[in-house]
Design a protein around this ligand. Sequence first.
Ligand code: AP5
Ligand code: MG
Length: 220
Amino acid sequence: MNIMLFGAPGAGKGTQAKFIEEKYGIPQVSTGDILRKAVADGTPMGLEAKHYMREGKLVPDGIIIGIIRDRLSEEDCRKGFILDGFPRTEPQARALDQLLGEMGKKIDVVISLNVPDSTIVDRVTGRRVCTSCGASFHTEYAPSKKEGICDLCGGELFTRKDDNEETVTKRLVEYHSQTAPLFDYYKKEKLMEELDGTQGMTEVTRKIFEILEQKNKEKS
Ligand code: AP5
Ligand code: MG
């Protein structure tokens, strides 16, 4: 299954991608995680991307499309993948179509996690992320058992540099102007499944699994 998770910053894409990854054994492909690693490693791509990310701006399409081209060609994506945070602009969506066409693949389903802006700031400012496995926690809604330590791998939790109110507001502006219009594109392609992302995490996961089981049945 080739799955795309769609939604605003803080909608729960990363959280749900981890659950899907665990259940179906297909990898999460998060452009945000790949960029953060490049920034931490100080690679040339990381150095270029860093300023955009700190400012809550989108990183230029050329960089992102290159990342996806490389990542989707890796062996572990052969049986499927979960796109998290890509595509985010029209040129990225077009590049994805072209790339998948070249690879003889297609997207099976786009799951949109619908969460209003009023909920987003709270979610993002309370988020804590594992330095080691990338799992997301929340000080209030999903606290780790031991403060500052990841439940899954024991790694240290940190607060992302862009998870402050000012930057989140800018990320939301980028989302509404550049990414939200893609919703109609995938709806027209009849790939879009919408979920109320304000429900509890377990409920959202349950509904995602229901959609995926249905899609699996349709495929076989
Ligand atoms: P990226 O890392 O992709 O950030 P984002 O899209 O802003 O999304 P987030 O990771 O903030 O949110 P999420 O939906 O994964 O939420 P999560 O599950 O963690 O991108 C970062 C930056 O990189 C961008 O700003 C841009 O600069 C650049 N970039 C990346 N991709 C790019 C691209 N394609 N093109 C150009 N630039 C790109 O959940 C959030 C919090 O809420 C957590 O604390 C979680 O515990 C909690 N939570 C989750 N679900 C629930 C629930 N149901 N109820 C209560 N709390 C919940
Ligand atoms: Mg994320």
